[in-house]
Design a protein around this ligand. Structure first.
Ligand code: NDP
Ligand code: 2IT
Length: 450
């Protein structure tokens, strides 16, 4: 038998991971980011080496892949691929969103499920991690087509989830409409009314503040980081990308905290409104993107500002950046612009929107950087609160929920400080990774070999 080494080596670990998960580039990227801060820590704590904790944490508990067959409005049969990656349930039921987007594949869902393990642990709530979705493109589909797809998707997924087993929610392409269709189908198939999905409408077990939670939390996290430096969002010029659920409510909270939001984007480009958004303009965006499912360029026509086709907003001048669209939307060149323009801080509303090289460039320039697993944890945190309300069959008031969300974001910030304080700065990447890791790792050690 080969003797096991009593230390882990980053390169060797990554080589093994890449070999076992060929082609899953986003998964490799997410693991490498965590491994870089975790491995030195693990090497100082032999119990994690002895129990092979990081090897076990990077292998999902199980992955379910299934065919989703549905009929379009012309009566043609369509086939998509559905997934649920049940990543880790050491500290609670699997929990995480569903993404409907043509780019969805196993590697993307494994990256998202892996990130969710640390994020959910940071929320302080008892939630394990999972992620799922399908390569279905909701764009251009009729309401009935979306409904038939959601019902077909849930017909298979329902066999694998449950309020104490796995509780999905929304993500890109899955909002209140899709959650309602899926919850209706789940209820019909199981003949039970339980909180097996979160992000539900208020009439059937949803929570106040859930729709706002990710964006609000992302702005609160920025405010916490700035407060720690004796500063605040007040008076700052902010670049926000995306114009979906997270971007809309990040923009709203930034405005409420006195910041000026001058950009929003979608997959066709970005708008630059130098006067800044206000409540009326935001209402227009919410209606445009959530109800009418239009393009962000319509905002530029309506409010007479510039639309930059196929471009990202990061080359503009400003103080704070909030990437809220998708993974890898800030590459090295974008980061160089942020550095050149003297940006102060960045808070990730999206999951892994900043590439490795871009993060390194920002950190080198001393730009305060909040990774998504800390900064966007407010969404899943309020999902956790929705689960609690469903279990006790009560609905909390808006003020109580907003206070709880604020407290959770404050606590996440504190955990980052506890684990990420360096000589002359806070390393939020390291802090979030270590704090998220320890709770899950200790639970896994306690369970023994399973
Ligand atoms: P939405 O579907 O509501 O909005 C997504 C936004 O991002 C849209 O503006 C969309 O543009 C844009 N977008 C999507 N894919 C791309 C792409 N490949 N290139 C450029 N733009 C793109 O999703 P959410 O707002 O819910 O999610 C945004 C991010 O936040 C994701 O990374 C998600 O994982 C993360 N997140 C979401 C949470 C939630 O509670 N919803 C919680 C935590 C993180 P278009 O309209 O053209 O498609
Ligand atoms: O990435 C995420 O944290 C989400 N999409 C929200 C997950 C949830 O279960 O609310």
């Amino acid at each position: 038998m080969l003797a096991r080494s009593n230390t882990l080596n980053l390169n060797e670990f990554m080589q093994g991971l890449v070999k076992r998960n060929p082609g899953e580039i986003e998964f490799h990227q997410a693991v490498e980011e965590v491994a870089t801060s975790i491995i030195p820590f693990i090497n100082e704590h032999p119990k994690y080496i002895k129990n092979q904790i990081f090897e076990r944490m990077t292998e999902p508990d199980r992955t379910i892949i299934f065919r989703v067959c549905w009929e379009d409005d012309e009566g043609h049969i369509r086939t998509n691929r559905g997934y649920r990656v049940q990543f880790n349930n050491a500290i609670g039921p699997y929990k995480g969103g569903l993404r409907f987007h043509p780019s969805v594949n196993l590697g993307i869902l494994k990256f998202l499920g892996f990130e969710q393990t640390f994020k959910n642990s940071l929320t302080t709530l008892p939630m394990g991690s999972g992620k799922g979705g399908a390569d279905f493109n909701p764009k251009g589909k009729s309401e009935r087509e979306v409904m038939r797809f959601c019902q077909a998707f849930m017909t298979e997924l329902s066999k694998h989830i449950g309020e104490n087993v796995d509780v999905p929610a929304g993500d890109i392409g899955v909002g209140a409409r899709e959650i309602s269709f899926m919850f209706g189908q789940y209820k019909r198939l199981q003949n039970e009314f339980t909180g097996t999905l979160t992000g539900k409408a208020l009439e059937f077990g949803g929570s106040l503040i859930r729709k706002e939670a990710t964006g609000y939390g992302c702005a609160y996290f920025m405010e916490e980081m700035l407060k720690h430096q004796g500063d605040s969002i007040e008076g700052k010029t902010c670049l926000v990308s995306g114009s979906g659920n997270v971007a809309q409510f990040a923009a709203q909270k930034i405005m409420q905290l006195g910041g000026k939001v001058i950009t929003l984007s979608d997959s066709s480009g970005f708008i630059h409104d130098p006067d800044g958004l206000n409540e009326e303009k935001l209402e227009y965006i919410i209606d445009l993107k959530t109800n009418r499912r239009g393009r962000i360029s319509e905002y530029a026509e309506k409010f007479k500002c510039k639309f930059h086709k196929d471009k990202r907003p990061w080359s503009l001048k400003g103080d704070l950046a909030f990437p809220c669209a998708t993974q890898n939307e800030i590459e090295l060149e974008d980061a160089k612009h942020l550095v050149k323009n003297g940006f102060k801080a960045l808070s990730e509303g999206a999951n892994m929107p900043t590439t490795h090289e871009a993060v390194s460039a920002l950190l080198k320039a001393k730009i305060i950087f909040a990774p998504g697993k800390a900064a966007n944890a407010g969404g899943v945190a309020v999902s956790g609160l929705e689960m609690t309300q469903n279990s006790i069959r009560l609905a909390w008031q808006r003020e109580e929920l907003e206070e709880r969300l604020k407290t959770i974001m404050h606590d996440i910030h504190q955990q980052c400080i506890d684990y990420g304080t360096e000589k002359d700065h806070i390393d939020y990447v390291k802090g979030a990774n270590l704090a998220g890791f320890v709770k899950v790792a200790d639970a896994m050690v306690a369970y023994g070999v399973i």
